[in-house]
Design a protein around this ligand. Sequence first.
Ligand code: BDP
Length: 679
Amino acid sequence: TNSYHCWLQYRKIENANQYSDIPSSIGVAGNTAIIDSAARELQYALKSMLDVDSTVQPYTSNESSIVLGTYESVNLNNYGISPKLFDDLNEEGYLLKTTEDNRQVLLIGKTDRGALYAAFHFLRILQQEESLLGLEIVEAPKNQLRMMNQWDNMNGSIERGYSGKSIFFNGNDFSKDVTRIKDYARLLSSVGVNAISINNVNVWDVETKLLTEEFLPKVKEVANILRSYGITTYLSINYASPIELGNLPTADPLDKEVGKWWARKAEEIYSYIPDFGGFVVKADSEGRPGPFTYGRGHVEGANVLARALQPFNGKVVWRCFVYNCLQDWRDRKTDRARAAYDNFKPLDGRFLDNVILQIKNGPMDFQVREPISPLVGAMKETNQVVEFQIAQEYTGQQKDVCYLVPQWKEVLDFDTYSDGEGSTVKSIVDGSRYNYSHSGIAAVSNIGNDINWTGNTLAQANLYGFGRLTWNPDLSTETITNEWIQFTFGSDPTVAGAVEDILLQSWRTYENYTAPLGVGWMVNPDHHYGPNVEGYEYSKWGTYHFADRDGIGVDRTIETGTGYAGQYFGSNAERYNSLEDCPDELLLFFHHVPYSHKLHSGVTVIQHIYNTHFQGVEEVETFIKSWNELEGKVENWVFENVKERLQLQLENAKEWRDRINTYFYRKSGIADEKNRTIY
Ligand code: BDP
C-alpha cells in the first residue's frame, strides 16, 4: 500500500509539461551525509513524479542543474545573490530560487540542514504542481527545537502506542533492520523535525543500559542514520543510573561522586556520538526516581546533568509532568492541575542554560479539551518547550479519527498575557519573547511498525501537521490540511473535499461524544479508551468531575475553589475565575455548577450534555457516509483501513453517548427536552 510512503508518495504528475525544462542534473556542492540524503531524495522523487533520470555530480557554476549546497560552497556571485541574505537566517534557513530562464534551481542552505529543507520544499512545490518560474523563497524555521519523543521500549512495545510495535527496538535490543528508521527519518525531516529521543520517558528496565558500552555502539548507528537527515539523537535516562549502572550507593545530585559519574558518562557517550543531543528526563513523576529521594529539588536534579553535558553542548530536557499521583484531593485542598506551576514556577532563573523545561500543553494530561498550562510564559528566565501528544492516548487511540492540528493551533495562538497583550504561546516557545537560548516544541510520536505507520491512515495527518506547525506556527490549519491531503490522496476534488470535512470536524466530534465542557477523563482506567464515567472518580489520580445529583464540575476558582485560576496572568485569571465570563468549552474545568446552569450558548449544562452526545454520534455517521462515497477513488487498502476504523469509532461514540447520557439523566433526574431515547 502507498500509505507506507505517507506524504512522500511523489505521485506521477499528470500535467508534466510545465516542468519539461527542469534540469536533470543535480549539482552537489559539498559532500556531507545530509547533502547526500537531499540529492538522493531529489533523484528518487524526480523519477517518481516526472520520470526523469537525473544524475548527481559535483557542482560547477555554469551548467544547467539543480544546485544543492550551502551558501559558502556555492558561487553566489554567479546568480547575483548577496551573501548578506544569509546573515539574518538561522542555521537551518535556506534560499530556494529559480533563475529566470528556469535552467537552474538553486537550493541553498545556510548549512547543509537548510539545503535538505530546501530540497523538501522544492519537492512540495512540485507535488502541488505549482509553477517554478521566477521563484525566490527565503525560509527558516521559527522554532529551534522541533522534537519527537518516542515512547518505545526495548522489548518492542510502545507505551501508548496504537500502531504496532517499535521500529527501533525488539527483543530487548535494537532492531536489526534499519529500513524503517531511515524512512521515518525521511518523513520527519521532510516536515522539519530536527531532534528525537528514541526511548520511552519511563525508563523502566534494560533501557537504563542504553548509556553503556553494550548499547552505545548501536545508539551510534541509529544516530548516524538520523543525522543524515538533520535529526539529532537524544536518550531518555533513568535518574537512578549512578546506582544501577555505576554501583554508587546514591544518585543524590549533590554528591560529588554522582557528579563525577555523570561527567564521565557524558564523555563516554560523546566519544561515540559527537553531536549527541542530550537527555530527556522524567524524574519524581509517577513513580520514577528523582532528586526528591535525596531531599533535593528539580534545580539540583537537572543541573548535575547539565553540568556533565555542557562541555559537549548537550541539553537536559527536564519534563514538568510532575504531580503527586497518590494524593487524593477530593477534600479540594490540593489540585493536580496546579502541580506543574507550583513545582516549577518558584525555580525560575535557577536552572543552567542548557536545561530546557518541557511542559505539557495542558495542566492535566492531553485531554481533548484543557486550558493551556499556566506555566507557559510564567518562567521568563528558564528555557521552555511545550509538549504535545500526537499519539491519541485520550483522543481515540487512532481508531477514532481526531485531527489535532486545530487544537495545537489554539494552544500556540493562546495569549498568556505574561508580557502584556500579545504574549502568545508561539512567541514564547519560539524563544523570541524572553530570549530563551533553547526552546521549541516537542511531541509524543504516534508511529509504530504498522504498514501505514499510524494505525488509522488519517492519523498520518497529525504527524505531518505537527512537523509543519513546529516549522512555522503561523501556517493555517487549512494550508497544512490541504497539503497533506494532496500529497496523500492526490488532487481529486471529491476526495479532497470529503477528507478535509472529516478532518476539520473530527476534534469537535470527539469532544462532543466524550467528557463534556472541559471536565476531562471519564475514560476507562489504565488503557484510556472508551467511557467509564466514574472510572477515575474515586481513585487517587486527581482526575475528578465531582458530579452529584445537583451538579458537576471542578471548582478551581480563587475564592471557593482550588485557586488554580489564579495561576494565570491578568485577564486570563479573571476570565477563567468568573462564572459569567468563563468560556463554555472550559466551564466544568473551572466551575462546579448545577445542571440547570445556562451556558452562553443558551442551553443548560444538562441539555448541552444530551445534545452534544447525540450530535457526536450523528457526526460520526456523516463521516462514514462521506467516506463510503470514496470507494474506488482512493487506494483500496486505505479505503478499507479507514472504513474499518470508522466502524470502531461509531461503536465507541454510541457507547459514550449512552453511558454519559444515562449517567447524567439518572444523577440529575432532568429529562431531555427533545425526548430522545436515553438508555
Ligand atoms: C500519560 C500516560 C503515561 C505517561 C505519562 C507521561 O498515560 O503512560 O507515562 O503521560 O507523560 O499521558 O509521562
